[in-house]
Design a protein around this ligand. Structure first.
Ligand code: ZN
Length: 241
C-alpha cells in the first residue's frame, strides 16, 4: 500500500490541489501530519479537500489554536493574525472534526506525530539530538513528523543520528535502522524552495519517495493580498521561507 504523506498544508488550497494532481492514482491512503489551517487564505476549502480524502490525520498546533485548545498568545504575530481571520470562517462541524484528532498516533507500524515525541504539538526537530530524543521515545523504527516545514531524513546510526541527503523523486529504503522523516510542507515550505512538498511511503517495501511540485504560488499570494493579509505574511511564499 502506498500512503501520500503530507503536512503543514496551512490553508493553501492551490498548493494542496497541485500535490493531489501530481500524484493522482499513485496512493491508497493519505496520512496528514497536521496544520491543515493557519497562515494561508483558504481554511474552509482546504479542510473540505482534506476531509474528502478520508485521511489518517493529526492535529497540529495551528489546528489546536483555531479550535481554542492552544491559546493564541502561543503564536507569533503573523500566525495569530491568520488564525483570527480563520476562526469566523470555519464551521462548527469542521471544529468538531479537528477536535477529534490527536497529535500523535501509530498507524501501519509507523509513528505519526506533528511535532516531536517529547512535545507532539509544539516540539521542533531541527537537530540530530532532537531527532535522537524522539527515536529514544519511539516504539516503532519509523517516525513521520512535520511542524518545521523543512524536509529531512534523520537516520539512527551506531555513532548517533545523522542527516541523510534527500534525492527528490527517487525511492529511499527505510529498512535498515531507525528514522525520523519530515516530508516538508505542502502549503508554506521554509527550505528555500517555494514548491509544495510531499512524500509517498510504500508500506510493503518500507521505502519513501520525497517529491515537490511547482504550483501557482502567485495565486495564493494574490488571494491573501485581496483578503488584507499583511505583506510580511504574504511575501515569504515567493521565496519558500
Ligand atoms: Zn505548520
Amino acid at each position: 500500500m502506498v500512503a501520500l504523506v503530507i503536512t503543514d498544508l496551512h490553508a493553501n488550497l492551490v498548493a494542496l490541489k497541485s500535490v493531489l494532481s501530481a500524484c493522482a492514482g499513485s496512493f491508497e491512503e493519505v496520512w496528514c501530519l497536521g496544520d491543515i489551517v493557519g497562515y494561508g487564505p483558504e481554511p474552509v476549502e482546504t479542510l473540505a479537500e482534506v476531509r474528502r480524502l478520508r485521511p489518517v490525520s493529526l492535529a497540529g498546533n495551528h489546528d489546536q489554536g483555531l479550535i481554542g485548545r492552544e491559546p493564541l498568545s502561543m503564536f507569533s504575530a503573523g500566525a495569530r493574525d491568520a488564525l483570527q481571520r480563520h476562526r469566523p470562517l470555519v464551521s462548527e462541524d469542521d471544529v468538531a472534526w479537528l477536535a477529534g484528532l490527536s497529535s500523535s498516533l501509530v498507524h501501519q507500524s509507523v509513528t505519526l506525530v506533528h511535532g516531536s515525541l517529547s512535545d507532539p504539538v509544539w516540539g521542533y526537530i531541527f537537530s540530530p539530538l532532537e531527532a535522537e530524543d524522539t527515536l529514544e521515545r519511539a516504539r516503532t523504527s519509523l517516525v513521520f513528523t512535520g511542524h518545521t516545514h523543512v524536509p529531512v531524513i534523520w537516520r539512527q546510526q551506531p555513532g548517533g543520528v545523522t542527516e541523510e541527503r534527500i534525492e527528490y523523486g527517487r525511492p529511499i529504503s527505510l529498512r535498515d535502522g531507525m528514522f525520523v522523516i519530515n516530508p516538508g510542507s505542502v502549503g508554506q515550505p521554509r527550505n528555500g524552495n517555494p514548491s509544495a512538498h510531499y512524500a509517498l511511503f510504500d508500506t510493503q517495501n518500507r521505502s519513501i519517495t520525497f517529491d515537490r511540485v511547482k504550483y501557482p504560488v502567485r495565486r495564493t499570494m494574490r488571494k491573501m493580498r485581496s483578503m488584507g493579509f499583511p505583506e510580511s505574511s504574504v511575501s515569504r511564499y515567493a521565496i519558500g521561507r
